[in-house]
Design a protein. Structure first.
Length: 218
């Protein structure tokens, strides 16, 4: 199935359970929020580490009564028998790290049970180097939603909200400086904010341009 996209209709950002929504992740959020009105029951959300895939999974988990969230690396044959108890199976952190025969069996059972399946991955699972042709065919039945790199506006919201949760306020000028100098990545931005906060606490100094530059040089 082709990748779905939704037109982002908002001039301002909003969030549910601290999930920040912008044009880069709106399609993923909109589909999760619209459950069970999906065009299909298998969904692959892909995007870099820290982009909010697991957070979206938690939102979906609260919408469905019988849900199992499991890391791909922890999946084994025992899961097959337990799938009868779930209305939705969420597989997190997929990196082509499920044995192909087992993966194919999971998809077959999901189809027979007519339940929902969400797989989170850094890259689209269509890019997985698979040998089983039947498995490749099954994967074509997924809905594919990508989360793009964050916009400046979204990064500003993330920085402001994360620091405000710690009762810290910084000037817009410092926020702009951080955005210009930190790699455009959710993971890198969250890591940077954490390091700045830790150094500020350990030194007893407020967050200023010198402290920010010090962390950038590390």
């Amino acid at each position: 199935m082709d990748q779905l996209t939704f037109k982002f209709p908002f001039s301002k950002k909003f969030y549910e359970q601290d999930f920040f929504v912008s044009s880069n992740n709106f399609s993923a959020f909109r589909l999760i929020d619209s459950w069970p009105n999906w065009p299909g029951k298998w969904l692959n959300i892909f995007g870099e580490t820290g982009s909010g895939k697991t957070h979206l999974s938690k939102i979906l988990e609260k919408k469905i009564n019988k849900t199992k969230l499991i890391y791909a690396k922890d999946i084994d044959n025992k899961l097959i028998d337990k799938m009868y108890d779930y209305e939705c199976l969420i597989v997190d952190d997929f990196a082509n790290n499920i044995q192909e025969d087992l993966f194919y069996s999971i998809l077959n059972h999901s189809k027979q049970l007519d339940n929902y399946l969400l797989i989170n991955s850094n890259d689209s699972i269509r890019k997985s180097k698979l040998k089983l042709e039947d498995l490749k065919s099954r994967i074509n039945s997924f809905i594919f939603i990508g989360i793009e790199l964050p916009t400046d506006d979204l990064l500003k919201v993330i920085i402001t909200k994360t620091l405000s949760d710690k009762q810290i306020t910084i000037s817009p000028k410092l926020t702009d400086f951080i955005i210009k100098n930190v790699e455009r990545s959710y993971e890198k931005m969250f890591k940077f904010i954490k390091e700045v906060d830790e150094i500020s606490l350990s030194t007893g100094k407020s967050i200023n341009i010198n402290l920010i530059k010090k962390v950038l040089k590390q």
